[in-house]
Write a protein of this length. Structure first.
Length: 688
């Protein structure tokens, strides 16, 4: 009987390019060796795939390419010595050690049958931020088997969840002996011990699932990844297939290994020889500057981590500025360095968190680094950080006409007012996420090679009314919606359908008639049963909605991963007083409450909680409570697409008196006033 050798320990890192010395003090009891996981992936895999191709490396410091104090040099040019010092990569019949080019010493002393990968007593994965953890997920199969798995996240943003794994049906958790999750400085450490060797990649995937949930559109099509840095193009994808840079793509369960392959290849790399799979080639980061600039040349923004979550409506710091240096970029404010970024221009969620208090970032024209600056600006815009940028042709070409045009319209004076600053932020984040987000980018790339990605999820709008005089007004509000596939389900609560004209020239309409005595929640449930969309959006018949209301809710659901999203009732028109106020409500955060007339819930969660309670009122709050009780998340986005009309409390299912709205507000206008994003003829400060 043969057995697989158990080595001592093995460590890999992701994201420490700009702060490599942090590795030396990050994980207690482990001093190395450290291997950069991105460069381990560069060597590729064999035709046999990665089922036998777990990373194998030296098990002790004596076998490492360099000691732990050399992590700083390995983060730069020296890192390749660990990942590429093997004696050449063969296309077939290659051993695990040779696949990863880690040298013959990695296999010394390993016992067991030929071809069996060694296991380790402990595998350590160190990531600087949650964004880097998602990057590691795409190459998780490169981690070697171990009986102990440690995952260290050096720093997390304030709004990040705890790294609690959500176990699936994998084999690892059946062998769990002990699990510890502890706060460590500004980050978290997870330490899991098992009764036998398990896949650390499985543990990593389940930790990522616990942090971010299941994301839309990231499983299909199945993507193959080849070449250094390919993981940056598919962050968080647990279903990715790793391939040798020259091919072929390993099969999976009698099916092709992928539907489309992303290959990072430079001028000196061998041609693709991996069969008929569609191949999308992109240049390495250091070679992108020589290519014709366009949005597709930039790695996509991972909207799960670089997004508007945590946006500050009232920043405490003035404008910051971007400068370039020999080691990358720096964003500073009043001589204080806030963020240091690598030469690639990559921005993480932690970097965004450090910039939340600035009024904006001024970006000059930086020659020679246009592509990196474009990547940086794209991420800042996607995160909702206002950017004032000087024109630069190559950078703007990489941003694309939409984002470049939006930036060109931003002036420094626009950011002086908190209200106008947030309007600028919303405009920038919309175009950045729709152009450069991972989900739309991959939909476009799949379509470009002849694949047919699934349709975007449709929204069913639930409009229930007792007031026939408001039906035409309410339908017009929904006919304004753009950027989303929608249908309208109108519930006539106590109104005779034959006598009430309900029609739209823009939207498909379904009418549901219900007797007046039926509880409001029951009527809404009947309407939901008649709907066909993946999301259900509840709207009120007398409120105003901007044209991007539904599209922004769907976008917020994408980047937050929440099961229910909504807007804040931030802008309120107090009709008896003829006054419009802006209330003090925190937005772009996970919160227990959203405005009932803005709720958008996934059909899966709606059905899981049984829909609305059969009550005559307070059905919105009851649904929110049910979602929380079921383990779902509620996210509150910005309130610039919604103006709540408040009449007298009589006749409303929400019976808060008009005067209570005056207890806390930050701005007030006489008359009915809309912000600019409502795209209404009523301007600021003028009575309509």
């Amino acid at each position: 009987m043969t057995r697989t050798a158990t080595r001592t320990a093995w460590g890999a890192w992701v994201g420490f390019e700009s702060c490599p010395t942090l590795l030396d003090r990050l994980v207690e009891g482990f001093s190395g060796p450290w291997f950069p996981l991105d460069e381990v992936a560069e060597a590729g895999v064999t035709e046999g795939g990665v089922t036998e191709g777990r990373v194998a490396a030296s098990g002790g410091a004596e076998d490492s390419v360099a000691g732990s104090r050399g992590a700083g040099s390995r983060a730069g040019s020296g890192a390749g010595s660990g990942a590429g010092s093997g004696g050449g990569i063969r296309r077939a019949g290659i051993g695990v050690m040779e696949i990863l080019g880690l040298g013959a010493r990695a296999a010394e002393g390993a016992e067991g049958a030929e071809g069996d990968p060694p296991s380790y007593g402990c595998v350590v994965l160190a990531v600087r931020t949650p964004a880097d953890l998602r990057r590691a997920v795409a190459v998780r199969d490169l981690l070697p088997a171990a009986t102990r798995v440690r995952i260290a996240v050096a720093e997390v943003p304030p709004w990040a969840a705890q790294p609690l794994p959500v176990a699936g049906q994998g084999a690892a958790w059946r062998h769990l002996a002990e699990l510890r999750i502890s706060r460590a400085g500004r980050g978290w450490h997870l330490d899991a011990s098992f009764s036998q060797a398990v896949s650390p990649g499985e543990v990593l995937a389940h930790v990522a699932h616990g942090l971010f949930g299941t994301r839309r559109h990231m499983a299909q099509p199945v993507v193959g990844l080849a070449g250094a840095g390919a993981a940056r193009w598919r962050p968080g994808d647990v279903n990715a297939t790793l391939s040798h840079p020259a091919g072929p793509v390993p099969d999976r369960r009698d099916a092709p290994g992928c539907d489309v392959l992303l290959r990072i290849a430079g001028p000196g790399d061998p041609p693709w020889d991996g069969g008929p799979v569609p191949v999308v080639e992109r240049p390495p980061a250091d070679a992108a500057a020589g290519r014709a600039a366009c949005p597709d040349i930039l790695p996509p923004v991972d909207e799960a981590v670089v997004n508007p979550i945590g946006f500050r409506q009232h920043p405490s710091l003035p404008m910051a500025s971007l400068t370039a240096g020999p080691r990358g970029f720096t964003i500073s404010c009043d001589a204080a360095r806030l963020v240091r970024l690598p030469p690639s221009g990559e921005v993480t969620d932690v970097d965004v968190a450090r910039l939340r208090d600035v009024r904006g970032v001024a970006v000059p024209a930086i020659g020679g680094s246009e592509i990196a600056v474009a990547r940086l600006v794209t991420a800042l815009a996607a995160a909702g950080v206002p950017v004032v940028a000087e024109p630069e042709a190559a950078r703007d070409a990489a941003l694309g006409p939409g984002l470049a045009g939006a930036l060109a319209a931003v002036r420094s004076c626009d950011l002086g007012s908190d209200l106008h600053r947030e309007e600028v932020s919303i405009r920038l984040r919309r175009v950045a996420l729709h152009t450069h987000g991972a989900v739309p980018r991959w939909r476009g790339m799949a379509a470009a090679v002849g694949l047919h990605p699934a349709a975007e999820p449709a929204v069913s709008v639930l409009l229930c009314t007792r007031r026939p005089e408001m039906i035409e007004f309410a339908i017009r509000q929904m006919e304004r919606q753009r950027g989303v596939a929608a249908e309208l389900v109108v519930g006539l609560h106590g109104l005779p359908a034959p006598r009430i004209p309900v029609q739209s020239a823009v939207l498909p309409v379904t009418v549901v008639e219900a007797p007046a005595a039926m509880p409001f929640g029951t009527v809404l449930n009947r309407m939901a049963a008649a709907a066909s969309g993946s999301f259900l959006a509840k709207v009120d018949d007398d409120d105003w909605y901007g044209p991007d209301h539904l599209a922004d809710l769907v976008l917020a659901q994408l980047y937050s991963g929440a099961e229910l999203v909504g807007s804040a009732a931030e802008f309120v028109y107090l009709e008896p007083l003829d006054v419009t106020i802006r209330r003090c409500i925190g937005t772009e955060r996970f919160a227990p409450l959203v405005a009932g007339g803005t709720m958008l819930v996934s059909r899966a969660m709606f059905e899981a909680v049984g829909g609305f309670r059969p009550l005559p009122r307070t059905v919105d709050g009851q649904l929110l409570q049910a979602v929380h009780a079921a383990g779902g998340r509620v996210y509150r986005g910005h309130g610039f697409n919604y103006v709540l009309r408040r009449r007298s409390a009589h006749g409303h299912t929400w019976r808060q008196p008009v005067q209570s709205f005056l207890a806390s507000y930050q701005e007030q206008w006489r008359g009915l006033v809309f912000n600019e994003l409502m795209e209404s003829p009523a301007p600021h400060g003028r009575r309509r």
